[in-house]
Every structure is written in C-alpha cells, then in structure tokens.
Design a protein around this ligand. Structure first.
Ligand code: AKG
Ligand code: FE2
Length: 309
C-alpha cells in the first residue's frame, strides 16, 4: 500500500507565517519514512488546485484529437535546446530497457520554450500548462524541505538546488494512452508505458480514473498506484537518489495494458510534473561517497531515460 500523507501542516494555500522546523518535524519524519520504506506517497490536503489539472486534461484531449499531420507540426525537436518540448508521436516512446514502443502519445511543456505553441488549434494548452508548473514547483520545494528535515539535514539543503529563477528543466507532460482495440494482442513486452525511473528530484502524477499505473516498492514488488481522488501521487527521481546516497531510491513505475480488464477499451489520460533541480545544481552524494558530484544538466545529458529514437 502506498501511504497517504496529510500535508495540511505545509499545504500550499496556507499563507500564514511558515511553520518552524519543530512544527514540521512530525510531517518530515512521516514523509521520509514513507519514501524510504515504500518508495512513493499520496499527498492529500496539499493545497494545490486540482481543477487546474482537470481543465488541462480537457484541453489536452482536444490537442490529441487533432489530425496527425497537425500534431506533427509541433513535434519536439532534439536540436532545439529544451529538446523534449512538444509533441511526441504515437509509437515513438521507448522506455529505456524496452525495444517495443509504448502505446501512448504525449505533449511536453517547458516554461523556457521559445518556439511555437499550438495556440491557434488549441487555445489554452500553453497557458494552462504553464499555470500548473508554478504551484507544482512550489509544492516540490515544500516536499524537499520535509525530506531534508526527515534526514536531519538543514531545511534548505535541497531547496537551495531548486531556485525558481535559474534555468532548469522543470517540465510537465500530458499523456494520452489511446484505447486498446478489442482483440489487440500487445507485442511481447509492449505496454502503455514501459518500466522506468525519472531523472529529477520528485515527480507528481495526476491521473484520470482508468488505472493501470504500478510502482515497484522498496521490497521489490509491483503494486498498483490506484487513482486516489483529491490526492497527488509523488514518486522519487534519480537526483534525489544521488543526494541521499540511496536512502531514497528512484521509484520504478510503469503503466500496463489491463489485459481482459473492462478498462482495456478506454483511453487513459495523465498529467505529470517533473520536478528538477537547477541546470547548474550539483548532484551527487551529500553525505556518503556513492555518487560523485556532477552538474545536473551534464548528468542528464548522459542519462538515457525514456526517450529514444
Ligand atoms: O502516465 C503515467 O501515469 C506515468 C507516466 C510516466 O511515468 C512518465 O511519463 O514518465
Ligand atoms: Fe515516469
């Protein structure tokens, strides 16, 4: 079971004076324990306005319903700096240890993107996407503070690597897993999203009610990450694994094709926030010696995670 954590004591919408380290200690211990013993958490009472995501899913659906040649005008361009911004074709995504394409399409949003957006076809895809990233970054920083306190580190140990005004790869992805045609037999190893880990500090997963997402817990068992209304699923990324010298391990996750399930014929939508440190932040073990110091952007450039051509 993925623990459900009540984040009320550090919720986003609370604008009173920030809680002291002592005020946060019980929450910090709970968050750290859940991440280290299970590998993922559901956050409730987080103060993030989930209607932003509902609206974004509706807008995204309009984009995914456009003709293929229109969507492809906005395909990501590997040469264009923020290389994953834009549309990722159907059948293009390969999870990193898989040779079979995932059954999905996606549109990634990077706030720094200077190229074109599909505004004339889908008004709001840009603005609504950007609206969501900001509070997610703020919530990520609050989680990073609780994790630092849970580790008995100074509270800003990780947030000082996540300034909000320096170049970073904080980004968002909206995904559409198309309905699986009746009688379709997935190729060996094929799924909606093959197993992988994410690269940054923490990832937030917002999903509709179709299901199929699983995480591998710390004991090595695949367990369902069933959609929990009102809660945000938070999983651990590689950078956090490095900083904590494996005390918190990057969470493997995947989305299966629900074989024989009533949901097989349904499309699935999810929205993912990838929380990242600053491009020039140092990652590597903060205590311990397992991971050498490296600049985050240089480390990710060498790290092939889930996108290969
Ligand atoms: O759709 C999901 O629930 C997970 C997607 C995911 O893990 C990713 O895009 O990195
Ligand atoms: Fe992922």
């Amino acid at each position: 079971m993925i623990p459900v954590i009540d984040f009320s004591s550090y919720r986003l919408s609370d604008v009173r004076s920030p809680p002291s380290d002592e005020d946060l200690a019980p929450l910090a211990d709970e968050v750290y324990k859940a991440f280290s013993e299970v590998g993922a958490i559901y956050l409730k009472n987080h103060g993030f306005d989930l209607s932003l995501v509902d609206e974004y899913m509706k807008i995204s659906k309009k984009f995914f319903s456009l003709p293929k040649d229109v969507k492809e005008k906005f395909s990501y361009d590997k040469e264009a700096g923020y290389m994953y911004h834009g549309y990722h074709h159907l059948q293009e995504h390969l999870s990193h240890d898989s040779t079979v394409a995932d059954m999905k399409e996606a549109y990634n949003t990077y706030p720094q993107w200077k190229g074109e957006w599909p505004d004339e076809y889908v008004p709001g895809l840009k603005d609504q996407g950007l609206n969501i990233i900001k509070p997610c970054m703020e919530l990520n920083n609050r989680i990073l503070q609780t994790v630092a306190l849970g580790l008995k580190w100074p509270r800003d140990t990780l947030t000082k690597l996540h300034s909000t005004d320096r170049p970073s790869h904080n980004s968002m992805r909206t995904l559409y897993y198309y309905p699986v045609p009746e009688g379709y037999k997935p190729k060996p190893g094929q799924s909606r999203c093959g197993k992988h880990t994410d690269t940054g500090s923490f990832t937030f997963i917002f999903q509709d009610n179709v299901g199929g997402l699983e995480i591998k817990n710390v004991s090595g068992e695949w367990i369902p990450a069933t959609p929990l209304p009102g809660a945000i699923l938070v999983i651990i990324g590689h950078a956090t694994q490095c900083w904590t010298d494996d005390k918190l391990k990057a969470t493997e996750h995947r989305v299966g094709v629900p074989d024989g399930d009533v949901n097989i014929a349904k499309g699935r939508q999810s929205v993912i926030f990838f929380g990242d440190p600053d491009n020039d932040a140092m990652i590597g073990s903060i205590e311990g010696t397992k991971y050498q110091a490296a600049r985050y952007d240089e480390y990710t450039a060498d790290f092939i995670y889930d996108i290969q051509k």
